[in-house]
Design a binder for this molecule. Structure first.
Ligand SMILES: C[S@@+](CC[C@H](N)C(=O)[O-])C[C@H]1O[C@@H](n2cnc3c(N)ncnc32)[C@H](O)[C@@H]1O
Length: 434
């Protein structure tokens, strides 16, 4: 491991050790373990802010980054993630032949310690087992969107770097400007280093909250995720402090961090793993409000009144163990109406209308479930013949996501069907009265 924490003035608790995890012969990952019991409320690491990589740090310390950012502001946008990704690319260059900026060179060992490849669904080859299993899922859709977005951003960024070099002749040669020196693969590597290893830190300057800042933080970036971890980090006296929280860390156990309430789709896309029984999982359902519908604006107004965050282009999330979102039901109720007189989006409009709503929902949920269970059956058969252990591991990660989504959809389908049955029995009760 090339990680020289002392060179970056990173202090770590003496009972922590960076290790290779996994059974012998199948080591795939690294992490941190406790070599002694560590009491609750203990600072286990302190990383000076100037030993982390952030957009602000780059702007403050590297003239070329500051000039690039000012230049970009006048033409296209350059995000904090882009700046950090470029810094990673420059820092990872062989110090002799590459970048000679002292600030970036300091991070060479840190950045060289990043994995050479990352796992994410964007790297799955079309036609492979896990890719086939994703067919028709929302995750495949997000994967393709992200792939396209990154390719587009790379082209824009390359053009920006070329334009910058033309205008700033004094800084020419600092940033790469060709597809050979700034290939898409390097940009993807930089971005995924950020996605899977950076933290967002709440910072306040002179007592005022300056918002959340994206940081690549040596050592913190070696902690793996566990949703039960009590370990947390905060900005304190000029440094990022990692603390044990209110639970002791037992000797021999892994020191982990809770990355947050992330669905398996997000974990697979940005971190390359998934979790069994992930409580934060959801199933996404796209039901856009078509602007060509009669009374579109009024319907949008009613939905926004019901849910201030409603955006007609966003998907709905059916969360594990939670009810079908009210806004989705309201949208389906409002969609077919040609008059909105006395309509309250929160209530069932008429029982007849409600039949339509539940039937539409039933068929949407059913068709999504059918695609997923069909894939599980067909690709599951191919999986039995597969011998490549790497491919099987990728398949298993995706299977966890897909099965969880199927379970959420099946539960929602059950709820919708019982709603339909209730309406039927209410109606037949009325008929009997007649
Ligand atoms: C912040 S890094 C942690 C250090 C990393 N294991 C390494 O070797 O550099 C995050 C990456 O670690 C891996 N990881 C973290 N938590 C995990 C978990 N609970 N299960 C499987 N992989 C995990 C994933 O590859 C993820 O993208």
């Amino acid at each position: 491991m090339e990680l020289d924490l002392a060179a970056l003035n990173v202090e770590t608790h003496k009972a922590l050790s960076l290790v290779l995890l996994g059974a012998e012969g199948e080591v795939t990952d690294r992490g941190v373990i406790a070599t002694e019991d560590i009491p609750p409320h203990t600072v286990i690491a302190s990383i000076p802010l100037n030993s982390t990589i952030s957009a602000q740090g780059l702007l403050d310390n590297v003239d070329e980054f500051s000039a690039l950012s000012t230049f970009a502001n006048t033409s296209s946008r350059i995000t904090d993630d882009d700046l950090i990704a470029i810094a990673i690319i420059l820092s990872r260059k062989d110090t002799g032949a590459g970048c000679d900026n002292a600030y970036l060179q300091r991070f060479n060992g840190f950045c060289m310690n990043f994995p050479s490849t990352f796992d994410s669904t964007i790297f799955l080859s079309p036609g492979s087992l896990p890719h086939n299993l994703l067919k028709g899922t929302n995750l495949l859709h997000s994967t393709m969107m992200l792939q396209n977005q990154i390719a587009q951003d790379h082209a824009i960024l390359l053009k920006l770097l070329q334009d910058f070099a033309m205008v700033h002749s004094d800084m020419r040669g600092f940033f790469p400007t060709t597809s050979e020196t700034f290939p898409l693969e390097d940009y993807v590597h930089g971005l995924f280093s950020v996605y899977s290893r950076a933290c967002d830190l709440s910072m306040s300057i002179s007592g005022r909250t300056a918002g959340r800042v994206r940081l690549l933080c040596p050592f913190l970036d070696m902690l793996n995720h566990s949703s039960s971890s009590k370990v947390f980090y905060e900005f304190d006296s000029g440094a990022v402090k990692i603390k044990t929280g209110d639970r002791e860390i037992k000797k021999g156990s892994e020191v982990t961090l809770n990355y947050g309430p992330l669905t398996n789709a997000k974990l697979l896309l940005f971190y390359g793993f998934s979790l069994e029984n992930n409580d934060y999982d959801d199933a996404e359902l796209y039901v856009p409000l078509n602007p060509d519908l009669p009374l579109y604006k009024e319907k949008l107004g009613l939905l926004k009144k019901l849910d201030a965050m409603y955006d007609s282009t966003n998907s709905f999330r059916i969360k594990k163990g939670e009810d079908i979102p009210n806004t989705l039901l309201a949208l389906l109720r409002l969609m077919p109406l040609t008059s909105l007189e006395n309509v309250n989006a929160e209530e069932v409009i008429t029982s007849e209308n409600e039949f339509g709503v539940l039937n539409a929902l039933e068929s949407a949920l059913q068709s999504m479930s059918q695609i997923i269970s069909g894939n599980l059956l067909v690709v599951g058969d191919d999986r039995k013949k597969e011998e490549d252990t790497g491919m099987i591991a990728e398949y298993e990660k995706v299977r966890i996501y897909v099965e969880s989504e199927l379970e959420i959809l099946s539960t929602a389908l059950g709820v919708v069907r019982s709603g339909i049955a209730k309406l039927h029995s209410a109606e037949s009760g009325l008929e009997e009265c007649d």
